[in-house]
Design a binder for this molecule. Structure first.
Ligand code: PRX
Length: 634
């Protein structure tokens, strides 16, 4: 298959070509796909509006490029290998042919239950093959899927259902997660008390957790497909029709529905998967993400399947039933490419190397990381103990909004450097600007990371709020897409991501808006006001530190903190629970009432000096009071 880069010289050549003649470059990549109708023009764009169209007027269906395209060459090749939460339960392998049949059958079941092209379908499911089948079946019939991470609460789920007026929810009776069973259908029932658009719920039987099935609304998955044919002709989609919506956090309270479209997303997830991981035809590739996040969309489902790869899906968690589980799975399936998050590496590193020792890990060729900056110590542990010093680590930088990896080494082809995402992929034109938007040229510079030219898998809009899309990403620096990340370009021209420069924190690789967590904390009746910041956490990368002004008249401090955590869990989910809460007498605010988070961030990271200019503070004494009491944070 075309366009795999094999050498450093090849990378340099392809990169140059992608910048100098994007039309020719993308034509060559896209020509290897099956289009029902080819494009009139490769790209039309304007970052002011913003208005971005790739493969203009082309017609396609992404699933035809996974299934029909491979049916002669890959029919019996494993597409998905599924490893269950419980190592004693049998695993499942679906070949390309089997996955095709199941996708088409479920696509027909969706249609039979009233789903039409353009309808929104929520997927709130465990990591089982049916979750991938659900995504592909939606894509097959042109329904827009929106996967919601199954750890989100009923309130968060309802918000997302309502935001996109979804017609259907796909879920399960329960989810296995380590030693726990989570009753997810119950969460759906609760969410649906506050949503009116849902007409049907299809429920997969997974844990045999008792559930209440609402007549007329709820159907079992096995009944929905019973007797349903697997003959299905793929819907014709315009290149710019929506493929999916994925909600992510921003610096304001309300989650944003990032919209990705069919043609461009298909091309760039494929291209980046192939080149970053250097996948070869007989390899077994494993990404440990959850399909509730963009990594699961692009690098468990779409990217690998578009490349005809074998992708492993794991239902469980890294430490169940023992902290060597990841390595056991690597040996069991002879995994060649392994892609995970720095937080998982640090969590496993904390167990020492004993859990690693029983495993050979000799099948591994490539290691990857994603989601947050990886510290050098974790990088070396991963490199030495898992990769045995012989596997390149691809530190892949990207975002929900970018759809695919933008800055990363190509495994074994371009150089790596601990803690650096290194170089942009072909088609990606990064630019660093200072806070006034002035370009910082040359090497050894640090500033805001922007991108100056479109790439095929970039977001097109935020669902139902195009102006918010413009404001969030395209208005900070004129004519540029602003990532929200700080970056350094070192003396060799390599990029190192320094973390968010906005009010977004990254906890265990999960993106969280501080405002979103504050809104949840403020729902507790005894909380008067709160401010949330991130602080360095040895495993999670960043932990959540909440400063809260509370009415303490009838609660002990410990009880109140527990109640606040329960409130946040109920409103968002356990991932947003503050690690530390400090009850404070006031918050550092400017005269105009804005909380000076810069000061709270310093305090939370244990730094009580050099607060810079505090002359605009309404009550400078409050800072000293907060510092004097940081030991009470718990
Ligand atoms: O701050 C960057 C960080 O994660 C943010 C994007 O989060 P999300 O949309 O949830 O997507 C995560 C998976 C792609 C970015 O703005 N980030 C992601 N990858 C890296 C990273 N920070 C440093 N190094 C990375 N490799």
């Amino acid at each position: 298959m075309a366009r795999k880069i094999h050498t450093l010289g090849g990378y340099i050549h392809e990169y140059q070509r992608s910048i100098l003649d994007p039309e020719a470059f993308w034509t060559q990549v896209a020509d290897t796909f099956y289009w029902q109708k080819k494009w009139d023009k490769i790209v039309e764009w304007d970052f002011e509006t913003p208005n971005i169209n790739w493969f203009v007027n082309a017609k396609l269906n992404i699933t035809e490029n996974i299934f029909e395209r491979f049916l002669y060459t890959k029919r019996n090749k494993p597409a998905i290998i599924w490893e269950p939460n419980d190592p004693n339960e049998p695993s499942i392998t679906l070949t390309y042919w089997e996955l095709y049949e199941k996708t088409c059958q479920f696509a027909n079941a969706l249609k039979a239950n009233g789903v039409e092209k353009g309808d929104r379908v929520i997927i709130y499911m465990p990591m089982v093959p049916e979750a991938a089948i659900a995504m592909l079946a939606c894509a097959r019939i042109g329904a827009i899927h929106s996967v919601v991470f199954a750890g989100f609460s009923a309130t968060s789920l309802a918000d997302r259902i309502n935001d996109c007026s979804a017609k259907m929810v796909l879920t399960s009776d329960g989810n296995f997660r380590g030693s726990k069973t989570i009753p997810v259908k119950k969460v759906v029932d609760e969410a649906l008390e506050n949503s009116s658009s849902i007409e049907k719920v299809i429920v997969l039987e997974r844990t045999l957790t008792p559930v209440t099935m609402k007549p007329g609304r709820d159907i079992w998955w096995h009944e929905a497909i019973d007797g349903i044919s697997s003959d299905n002709v793929a819907e014709t989609m315009d290149s710019e029709d929506m493929l999916f919506i994925l909600y992510t956090s921003g610096s304001t309270g309300k989650p944003k529905g990032v919209v990705h479209t069919c043609g461009g997303y298909m091309i760039y997830t494929y291209y980046t998967f192939k080149n970053v991981f250097q996948y070869s035809d007989d390899d077994i590739y494993w990404c440990t993400a959850d399909i509730g996040w963009i990594t699961g969309h692009s690098y468990i489902v779409y990217g690998p399947l578009l490349d005809g790869a074998t992708t492993l899906m794991f239902e469980g968690i890294p430490t169940h039933p023992h902290p060597g589980r990841f390595w056991e799975i690597v040996d069991k399936y002879k995994v060649n490419q392994f892609y995970t998050a720095p937080t998982a590496i640090r969590a496993l590193e904390a167990y020492g190397i004993d859990p690693v020792l029983p495993y050979k890990l000799d099948s591994l060729k490539v290691l990857g990381t994603v989601g947050e900056p990886i510290n050098e110590e974790a990088w070396h542990w991963y490199h030495d103990h898992i990769g045995k010093g012989k596997c390149p680590i691809v530190d892949t930088w990207w975002q929900t909004e970018t759809g695919s990896i933008l800055i990363s080494p190509l495994a074994g082809i371009t150089p790596t450097k601990p803690a650096y995402a290194t170089l942009p992929l072909p088609g990606v034109q990064p630019i660093i600007v200072d806070n006034d938007g002035k370009e910082l040229k040359g090497n050894s510079v640090e500033g805001n990371l922007c991108i100056k030219f479109p790439w095929p898998s970039m977001l097109r809009t935020l669902y139902g709020d195009h102006d918010r899309c413009r404001q969030t990403y395209f208005s900070s620096f004129k004519g540029l897409y602003f990532t929200g990340d700080g970056v350094k370009r070192d003396e060799d021209g390599y990029y190192r991501i320094l973390g968010r420069v906005d009010d977004v924190i990254n906890v265990s690789g999960h993106r969280m808006g501080t405002a979103e967590v504050e809104n949840a904390i403020n729902e507790h009746p005894k909380v008067i006001e709160s401010a949330v910041v991130g602080y360095p956490h040895p495993i999670k990368g960043q932990g959540i530190y909440a400063f809260a002004i509370c009415d303490m008249s009838d609660r002990s401090e410990a009880n109140l903190k527990n109640e606040i955590r329960v409130t946040v869990t109920n409103i968002i989910g356990p991932i947003a629970k503050p690690d530390l809460i400090q009850i404070v007498p006031g918050l550092p605010k400017t005269r105009s009432g804005k909380i000076m988070r810069r000061i709270l961030r310093k305090i939370a990271s244990g730094d009580s000096d050099n607060f810079g200019d505090t002359s605009t503070l309404l009550d400078p004494d409050v800072v000293d009071k907060i510092i004097a009491d940081t030991d009470s944070a718990s």
